[in-house]
Design a protein around this ligand. Structure first.
Ligand SMILES: [Zn+2]
Length: 51
């Protein structure tokens, strides 16, 4: 399981889930991870990798 923090570069494109409220966001490799829009949590885990 891969966890990334807000402001860090996304290591793998895919769907990430907020570890607090489980809000899902799509992140693209190389972009910076945003804060959760629902709860402002700053950590997300990868739930579905895409290419
Ligand atoms: Zn959240």
């Amino acid at each position: 399981m891969s966890v990334i923090g807000t402001g860090n570069k996304v290591p793998q494109s895919g769907i990430y889930e907020c570890i607090m409220c489980r809000n899902k966001v799509t992140c693209v490799k190389g972009d910076r991870c945003p804060p959760c829009r629902k709860c402002n949590c700053t950590f997300f885990k990868l739930v579905q990798a895409t290419k």
